[in-house]
Ligand binder design. Structure first.
Ligand SMILES: Nc1ncnc2c1ncn2[C@@H]1O[C@H](COP(=O)(O)OP(=O)(O)OP(=O)(O)O)[C@@H](O)[C@H]1O
Ligand SMILES: [Mg+2]
Length: 363
């Protein structure tokens, strides 16, 4: 097992890149700590597979260095890195049994038969494949096949990390949930670092200790799920994490600070800011609706979507800005109702030129 460090690591598929746009992965510094679970999250084409393939050694980066436990492995081949990679579609021998599939990587390394049998039994128990060890692999379901792919990676006892490139795509939603839980259990039991590539935010947030959000080849933010939710570094992360996404409201310059008419809050921004591009962001979960309006800023409910437990309210502010509120309460509210809005100061975020800046609320 190893700590993985990316030092100015980047990649262009062009031999002579002419600028940032020619980079599938723009140079980045990142440390993947030993033993944690990570998710690489971002839209299609943002460079997730490129980053993963550089870590596993399938791809040599055009820029920077890759270190395993401080040792430079940028030039090392895949076999020297001891990375287990699981792909979107299971890679198994369909003509072999489950047991033979799991044993094969060890046979290639000339392990003694008794040692192979022990190790295969251990991994099969971990993945709950023990009942089907002698079944032909071709007869199994998609999720069982993907478990075998994973087992083939884990069976070696020298694995530095497990890299999973959208391995749950072929699996139905119910099985996805249990396989994701199993992956976390294996991480806890073995302490193996796991990096899961996905473009599904719910999958990323429920799997990982740390989520790395990417867009256009650039790492936007890396942090625990709660941090990405509560303190998104920029508007993109606010939009990509959370469902519905972060609400954004206009601001006006007022006295020395800013005023957000939609929420009726005064904000003291950082000193150096220009006011013209400032927007206020608040999560749909953090805006409270009240039927006793009084002096509160007003909004009108345009639509209500029932999600079972939660309801998503689509509203317009008095100034005509659309926004959403997600809540378990307010069962009595209906379309067309006018409501008052409140937010807690901690939940008000300020974005300047789409980057979040620290701010405080004033009266
Ligand atoms: N072998 C290649 N040669 C040239 N360009 C490539 C190659 N592989 C990927 N790219 C480009 O690099 C960019 C990043 O691709 P990558 O496959 O890393 O994205 P991704 O985030 O894994 O996307 P997806 O979610 O669709 O799998 C894309 O613009 C893609 O077209
Ligand atoms: Mg990919």
């Amino acid at each position: 097992m190893a700590e993985i460090t990316l030092k100015g690591l980047g990649h262009s598929y062009f031999t002579t890149p002419r600028g940032d746009d020619d980079y599938a992965l723009k140079p980045v510094d990142l440390v993947w700590e030993d033993g944690k679970t990570y998710a690489l999250l971002g839209p299609s084409g943002c460079g997730k597979t490129t980053m993963l393939n550089i870590i596993s050694g399938l791809l040599k980066p055009s820029d920077g260095e890759l270190l395993f436990d401080g040792k430079d492995v940028t030039e090392a081949g895949t076999s020297a890195r001891n990375i287990a990679q699981v792909f979107q579609f299971p890679v198994i021998y369909t003509t072999k049994s489950v047991r033979q599939n799991l044993a094969f990587p060890l046979e290639c390394r000339n392990w003694a038969p008794a040692r192979i049998a022990d190790r295969v039994a251990h991994i099969a128990a971990l993945l709950e494949l023990d009942d089907i060890l002698d079944a032909p692999a071709r007869k199994l379901s998609a999720d069982q096949k993907q478990l075998i792919s994973l087992g083939r990676g884990l069976v070696r006892d020298d694995v530095s990390a497990v890299l999973l490139d959208e391995p749950l795509t072929v699996i139905d939603p119910q099985m996805k949930f249990s396989l994701r839980r199993k992956l976390r259990e294996i991480n806890r039991a073995t302490g193996i670092t796991m990096i899961l590539v996905t473009h599904d935010q719910a999958e990323a947030m429920s799997f990982a200790d740390v989520v790395v959000v990417m867009k256009d080849g650039r790492v936007q933010q890396a942090g625990p799920p709660e941090e990405l939710f509560a303190r998104p570094q920029n508007e993109f992360v606010g939009y990509f994490i959370g469902s519905p996404p972060l609400n954004l409201f206009a601001t006006q310059a007022q006295d020395a600070g800013l005023y957000c008419p939609a929420l009726g809050v005064n904000i003291t921004p950082p000193k150096q800011m220009k006011n013209d591009t400032a927007k206020v962001g608040v999560r749909p979960e953090h805006i409270h609706l009240s039927q006793e309006i009084g002096d509160l800023p007003r909004a009108t409910i345009k639509a209500i979507e029932n999600l079972g437990i939660d309801r998503v309210f689509s509203l317009w502010t008095a100034g005509g800005e659309p926004f959403k509120v997600k809540s378990r309460r307010h069962k009595h509210l209906v379309q067309g109702d006018e409501v008052g809005l409140t937010v807690s100061p901690d939940d008000v975020l300020l974005f300047l030129g789409s980057q979040r800046v620290e701010c405080s609320l004033s009266n």
